[in-house]
Design a binder for this molecule. Structure first.
Ligand code: CO8
Length: 303
């Protein structure tokens, strides 16, 4: 069964998860020998590579989907399964997300998943986008985005789900929610995530104008927390992780939940309506036209 098919089928997905954990007591999940063996070898899947260091309790998730780590349905499915596995393993306490692609952290949602697709496909895709956000934003692990390249739109959203963001200090890179530039609208939970990160007025300007910020600007508005030379992004993330992991875990987790739960609840209580809204919006002729023009612009810019 493919990963995508596994996620599609709820029972198969729980079957997959039950293979990962053979027992659960007092809220602690025991990890099966199969998973432990995989982990020792560092699990590798086509679009995501996870290196988990048992001695530090920190996993590094490398996004490795050429050319630009765009968030396709397959990519999101792998990512969600990867995060779920780590979340269930109580020996994993921290997650660093980074990119193996040169110059790009993630180009955001895969536009080809939203262009020329049936309403059913769009709905399935959007459910996976919601799932990625819910898993990362509500994670009990300490999460750090090691942003070693540009990170527009959904890439910025993914970074903002993390507890801390470290970006490469390269003025050619940019980050932000640029949806309006594509003629589309960032949904309320994208908006809320940004609002929780940089405040109301900055979010209003950023979203209406579809602003992409260079690293210095992003640091100034608090969209990222630290800039470092490109070759130090991962090491700085690891050092920062050590500091975060020194905080008493239970207190940190409850505090994170207190800060984020109202935003998470807003989506969980409206998931189906949000999917319907997305499908209705994205399949409109005018929106499809905007996406086509944007794709053409990307191609022209390359030429
Ligand atoms: N989806 C699909 N394909 C993409 C995407 C993408 N998001 N981004 C780039 N590509 C493709 C390009 O078309 C190009 O394809 P090809 O090789 O076939 O010509 C290839 O990837 C390489 O792209 P570039 O040559 O542009 O690569 P660079 O390294 O020069 O630049 C960038 C990398 C900066 C990431 C650049 O590609 C870029 O700006 N991409 C567009 C990013 C973007 O605007 N993403 C927005 C996606 S929408 C989203 O995430 C939220 C939507 C919320 C929906 C709400 C509706 C209700």
């Amino acid at each position: 069964m493919t990963l995508r098919a596994a996620l599609r089928s709820k029972s198969a997905f729980s079957g997959l998860l039950s293979q990962l954990s053979s027992c659960s007591s007092h809220g602690r999940v025991c990890v099966s020998p199969v998973l432990v063996a995989q982990r020792r070898n560092n699990s590798t899947s086509p679009k995501i590579k996870v290196d988990f260091d048992q001695s530090t309790g920190v996993a590094v998730m490398h996004m490795q989907s050429p050319p630009v780590n765009s968030l396709s349905l397959d990519f999101l499915t792998e990512l969600c399964i990867g995060v779920e596995k780590l979340e269930m393993d109580k020996s994993c306490r921290g997650l660093i997300i980074t990119s193996s692609q040169p110059k790009v952290f993630s180009a955001g949602l895969d536009i080809l998943e939203m262009y020329g697709k049936s309403p059913e496909s769009c709905g399935e895709f959007w459910k996976a986008v919601q799932e990625m956000w819910l898993k990362l934003y509500s994670s009990n692990m300490v999460t750090i985005a090691a942003i070693n390249g540009s990170s527009p739109a959904g890439g910025c959203l993914m970074s903002m789900t993390c507890d801390y963001r470290i970006m490469a200090d390269n003025p050619r890179y940019s980050i932000g929610l640029n949806e309006t530039q594509l003629g589309i609208v960032a949904p309320f939970w994208f908006k809320d995530t940004m609002l929780n990160t940089v405040g109301h007025r900055t979010t209003e300007l950023a979203l209406e104008l579809g602003l992409l910020y260079n690293p210095s600007e992003a640091l100034k508005i608090g969209l990222v927390d630290k800039l470092v030379p490109e070759d130090q992004v991962l090491t700085t993330a690891a050092q920062t992780m050590t500091k975060w992991l020194a905080i008493p875990e239970h207190a940190r987790q409850i505090t994170k939940s207190m800060m984020r739960k109202p935003t998470i609840d807003k989506l969980t209580s409206n998931r189906e309506a949000d999917i319907q809204n997305f499908v209705k919006f994205i399949t409109k002729d005018s929106i499809q036209k905007s996406l086509r023009m944007y794709l053409e612009m990307l191609k022209k810019r390359k030429a």
